[in-house]
Design a protein around this ligand. Structure first.
Ligand SMILES: NC(=O)c1ccc[n+]([C@@H]2O[C@H](COP(=O)([O-])OP(=O)(O)OC[C@H]3O[C@@H](n4cnc5c(N)ncnc54)[C@H](O)[C@@H]3O)[C@@H](O)[C@H]2O)c1
Length: 339
């Protein structure tokens, strides 16, 4: 797999039982077979059995996805030919230890590609939130004859401010998707500077300014020790009356007791794709409040969108087989601040 040389690497799948054929279309599998020697046996769901060890011992590329078995120093000892792990999903933190990078194994992830449906979900939510659809639908249901649209002068998607937390892969894509609309975009991220924000069509602000001035706040930071309860009581209390908070990131970033209190006051709205706990108990107030809309962690790739991950992973194998550098490498340095 040296640069410029073309050869057929030996590839094995490692992921949750039954996942391979929902992530890799028949066309993707054909493309893969055209450039690689694909292990014919079952997908690796563990690396301890004799059969799995034999496959690992001859594999040059592992194609992983959700539920892949952990690859640590011990497993790497038994994988002398392994050159790359190509992950057909988002985060690699759950199945790769730093030993993988120390050993010089190339790691690539489809997290950029998984960002697409999350950013689409977010854009759709921002536009519908701007039109006040939760309140409008509730008012209509309560009294179909009593609607006076002139009673809602602050409704609409013109001259509103969207606050994006995190210039992450998803946060950046959200900024891109927002460009054609009439929003002002502000962004908060400790790793971003004014020039970087400007390149995203946004203005860099503090979290305090973002919460206090945005009509819509959308959360896209990773779950790290320093982001736990980043959305706390104080910041929620600072939100404008009628503002909407969107969370497609992780529940751990939000103080849910504080959020529930703020929502109960009726002052703000929320659209939550992720929560703590997840799933919510059936009697959770968040599921019952009229100003909260909760979806069961569906923003990321699902259904047909899974094939986009498989296509991206096969593209990486094609590149590696051709001796080209991967399109979406993950470095150990990046990982410390990534999802
Ligand atoms: N709902 C879903 O189905 C779904 C799917 C995919 C990802 N996610 C979640 O979406 C979030 C974003 O994912 P991603 O892959 O775009 O993340 P990412 O790995 O690209 O994020 C890394 C970036 O976040 C920014 N960041 C780091 N610390 C920050 C902080 N303290 N404050 C603000 N920004 C900070 C930095 O710019 C960093 O480079 C994560 O929480 C992820 O778990 C959810």
């Amino acid at each position: 797999m040296a640069e410029g040389s073309a050869r057929r690497p030996r590839v094995a799948f490692a992921m949750r039982e039954g996942l391979r054929d929902t992530v890799f279309s028949a066309t993707a599998l054909e493309r893969l077979a055209a450039v690689a020697e694909v292990e014919p046996g079952p997908v690796l769901t563990e690396l301890e059995s004799d059969a799995a060890r034999k496959v690992l011992a001859r594999s040059e590329i592992l194609l992983t996805s959700w539920g892949a078995p952990l690859l640590d120093a011990g497993q790497l000892e038994r994988a002398p030919h392994l050159r790359a792990v190509v992950h057909a999903a988002g985060s690699v933190k759950h199945h790769l230890t730093p030993d993988v990078w120390t050993r010089g194994v190339v790691v690539t992830s489809a997290a950029d590609v998984n960002a697409v449906p999350v950013a689409e979900y977010t854009l759709a939510t921002i536009l519908l939130a701007g039109k006040g659809i939760l309140a409008a639908a509730a008012a209509y249901r309560a009294d179909p004859e009593g609607i006076h649209v002139t009673d809602w002068p602050t409704i609409g998607n013109y001259a509103k401010r969207v606050g994006v937390i995190g210039a992450s892969r998803i946060g950046r894509l959200v900024c891109d998707l927002l460009r054609p609309f009439g929003f002002e975009v502000v962004i908060a991220d400790p790793y971003l500077d004014d020039g970087g924000a400007c390149a995203l069509g946004a203005r860099l602000v503090t979290l305090e300014e973002l919460f206090a001035t945005s009509d819509i706040v959308t959360l896209h930071a990773p779950d790290l020790p320093e982001t736990r309860h980043l959305v706390n009581a104080e910041r929620l209390a600072a939100m404008k009356d009628g503002a909407t908070f969107i969370n497609t990131a992780r529940g751990a970033l939000v103080d849910h007791d504080a959020l529930t209190r703020e929502l109960r006051s009726g002052r703000v709205n929320a659209v939550l794709d992720v929560t703590t706990p997840e799933p919510l108990p059936a009697d959770s107030a968040l599921l019952a409040l009229p100003n909260a809309l909760v979806t069961p962690h569906v923003a990321g790739s699902l259904g047909t969108e899974l094939f986009r991950l498989g296509d991206a992973a096969v593209e990486e194998v094609e590149r590696l087989a051709a001796g080209a550098p991967p399109l979406r490498p993950v470095t150990l340095e990046d990982l410390a601040r990534q999802a």
